[in-house]
Design a protein around this ligand. Structure first.
Ligand SMILES: [Fe+2]
Ligand SMILES: [Fe+2]
Length: 272
């Protein structure tokens, strides 16, 4: 079995102590731009534990570990089923190459509506990023995750506003024309009551000097999924340039406290 694998990767039949380095050297990155890591082997993907928990879907960890062999390994690195990310990915690369269609459109539409209403750029960037974790990472606690992932790159006020928009969405503020969302009645049922920690977060936000920054996110938080609406993300290039500290190494590779979250979206199928 080992011999057939070695043939498949062009190394020859005789196993050697230095097979691994030779294997890598035998396929320099520039020789075949379509090459993917772990060549010549089946690459198994274990779904993230949290995505299966409580769903009735079986946890595949033990069955996949039992299938492991020299020809069948766990995926690490680029997955050919996903568009390849550039070496130094920008925020808009994540929009275009990773985010789900609905999140892509929702964020662009929120930001565009805020921009057209003449809002300050801090509101526009907050709208553009407010649900970013829903794009390719996690929906649960999305305000907190979204705030955390962008915190190293935006102002403290923008990150704060993103975090608290999750709670503020559940509470009307008639003074600015914000009503409890009809969509939430459909999502959760008409008798849904947010838990105490969300009610507490709402009270904190109400008393805070940045309340209106977060409240404005909820005002432009529009659910609109028409197929005919198309917004070019490039229209936000300048706003991003002035309000999002894009690292020259690329998101995921700048050593920031949240770089690992960006890398998780680049390589969502890595085993470890
Ligand atoms: Fe949200
Ligand atoms: Fe939203």
């Amino acid at each position: 079995m080992a011999a057939s694998l070695l043939n498949a990767t062009g190394i020859g039949n005789i196993p050697r102590m230095d097979d691994k380095p030779r294997h890598r050297d035998s396929m320099p990155a520039d020789a075949d731009p379509t090459a993917f890591p772990q060549a010549g082997r089946e690459r198994m993907i274990l779904p993230q534990p949290i995505s299966a928990l409580g769903t009735g879907q079986p946890n595949m960890e033990a069955p996949l570990l039992a299938r492991m062999s020299p020809e069948r390994v766990f995926m690490m690195g680029d997955n050919p089923a996903l568009p390849r990310m550039p070496q130094a990915p920008t925020l808009l690369d994540f929009f275009r190459l990773r985010f789900s269609e609905i999140t892509f459109r929702h964020l662009l539409q929120s930001a565009k509506t805020a921009l057209e209403a003449g809002q300050d750029e801090k509101i526009v960037i907050a709208c553009l990023l407010h649900d970013i974790s829903n794009g390719a990472l996690l929906r649960t606690e999305h305000g907190y995750w979204s705030a955390q992932i962008v915190a190293p790159y935006v102002s403290e006020e923008v990150a704060w506003a993103i975090q608290y928009h999750q709670a503020l969405r559940y509470f009307a503020d008639e003074s600015v024309g914000f009503k409890y969302p009809d969509a939430y009645n459909r999502f959760f049922g008409t008798d849904y009551e947010p838990p105490e920690y969300i009610q507490q977060a709402h009270r904190e936000a109400r008393a805070h000097r940045w309340y209106m920054t977060s409240r404005l996110i909820t005002i432009y938080d529009l659910y609109s999924f028409q197929d005919d609406v198309s917004i070019d993300p490039e229209m936000f290039t300048d706003v991003i340039g002035r309000n999002f500290r894009q690292p020259k190494e690329g998101l995921g590779f700048d050593g920031s406290p949240t770089a690992h979250m960006w890398r998780t979206m680049i390589w969502p199928n890595n085993f470890l």
